[in-house]
Design a protein around this ligand. Sequence first.
Ligand code: GDP
Length: 326
Amino acid sequence: MTDIPAMAQALRAGDRRALARAITLIESGKPDHRDQALALLDAVGSDRQALRIGLSGTPGVGKSTFIESFGLMLTAQDLRVAVLAVDPSSARSGGSILGDKTRMDHLSRDPRAFIRPSPSQTHLGGVARRTREAIRLCEAAGFDIVLVETVGVGQSETVVAQMTDLFVLLLAPAGGDELQGVKRGIMEIADLVLVNKADGDLRAQASRTCADYAGALRLMRKRAGDADGFPKALTVSALDQSGLTQAWDEMQALSDWRRATGHWDTTRAAQARHWFQQELRSEMMALLTHDAELRDRLTGLENDVAAGRLTPAAAARAALAPLDRR
Ligand code: GDP
């Protein structure tokens, strides 16, 4: 049995071991652990806020190199940085954070940093909850910046955009003038597009790619939370550590603007509502499926729908009937 008040206290004091144990607790699937996790989240409070940055990019664009360089630049400014990974597939072997020892080697040894690999859980819903709660724990532990890394290949970036304040898309220099296989959806959630590897032979190509993206971003519909000139495209080199200060300046300018104009609070409130609704849905499903009898009933209704005996709407209503106490 975990001593929740003691864990909460250690966590709020910034103890990274307590934070690691707390995240393990929220990742646990055991029902009694879930109760403890909720008690812990309650005990750590919500009075502290970090700047939450979502970072996405396809494998190989340089995410871990970027996080290492960018993270070290921030910790050198005495900022505390937490890095969380979202990887619903977990299929990429050796690709997940710290999967191979060279990933973020220096940052992982920095006392002002905390790096948490992705759990081996597979479904997106579970990963979303775990990440959201882990962000909260990092904030309570006094981290100034929480970086949430996603592999830009699935739906995880949309999920991460719903729990972060800024979204950064990392790209590699592209050949020709075609916009790389970046899905439109991910462009629509980006606040900052960083074209990485703007060094050596790739520098000119990176500048061209950056100009292409800047043009594409200008054509997109303006969103409520866009300050003048955003979303923006910049070139960086994670390897040479160039452009990182500018990227950080832009992130700060945008988040300062959002705080000053109220967009920050409105967005966080909307995100909280969204996650409440998601939680409600999954709790409802849990209520309907945890009891064997109800589960059988659901299976029966599902078969009726499949066979055309019931409409989906009528079956859903029938499924919910046991919960209806009016
Ligand atoms: P990830 O899969 O997105 O995490 O990418 P990695 O950080 O593992 O980087 C993939 C490859 O790109 C590695 O060989 C890196 O050394 C290289 N790389 C990363 N950043 C840069 C950069 O800024 N410039 C150059 N030239 N190579 C880079």
